[in-house]
Design a protein around this ligand. Sequence first.
Ligand code: XBP
Ligand code: MG
Length: 261
Amino acid sequence: MPQLQALIFDVDGTLAETERDGHRLAFNRAFAAAGLDWQWSIELYGELLEVAGGKERIRFYLDRHLPDFVPPSTWQEDWQAQIAALHTSKTVFYKQLLTEGIILPRPGVQRLLQQAREQGIRLAIATTSAPANVLALLKTALSPESADWFEVIAAGDMVPAKKPAPDVYLYVLQQMGLAPQNCLVIEDSHQGLQAALGAGLTTVVTVNNYTRHQNFAGAALVLDHLGDPEQPFTPLAGNARNFTYFDTALAETLLQSYTSS
Ligand code: XBP
Ligand code: MG
């Protein structure tokens, strides 16, 4: 029987709702600071989230929405370098936004992390966000020392291909010396689910407003959030047994039924 040895967390949309009022605003501030009149509305951003990774998302926006874009004379010939500079500026704005304390952890996140730590279940992060963003979020939304709770923080450009490619999850497994049968992933998006499934990992999805209507076929369980004793989750797909909030016992149960089927 496979045993639960590690929980692997996605970051944006999973640990906290960072996209609409965090990353999106930071992109807009970086565009304004660079003298660009680009404005990513809440709705447009939902479409742009199709592409994971900030630099990749800017490129996608240019290709799909501004195919005739004429760069200002100050732009370097190499657009990649210009996009990277814009993205660096966006990271500064994002970190600034986080210090305002408006981004909080999603229900059940703190509780689950604490329970896992008490039980010696190992923790890791697998995200497409830049490492600086992840560290800033952990510090401001979870606790100043929370980065130390995670044995591996796999982020941003550490792997060549971002989600939905499985690379970031394969990297975490390799770094931890673990088999997929002993780990469970928490994700919030279709791309994230694809990445985790591609690495052979049992995956639970907690949806949010941007991802609610995506296809989560293959997930062990789809929930509105992880829940808490006083704030039960609503299962959207899959069998949550008699559980009303997600904990390591439910993680273990799912792992056993998924890896033995
Ligand atoms: C989140 C993302 C990221 C963030 C922006 O991925 O798609 O691109 O929106 O972060 P995940 P950067 O849910 O896997 O964490 O600008 O730092 O790339
Ligand atoms: Mg996510």
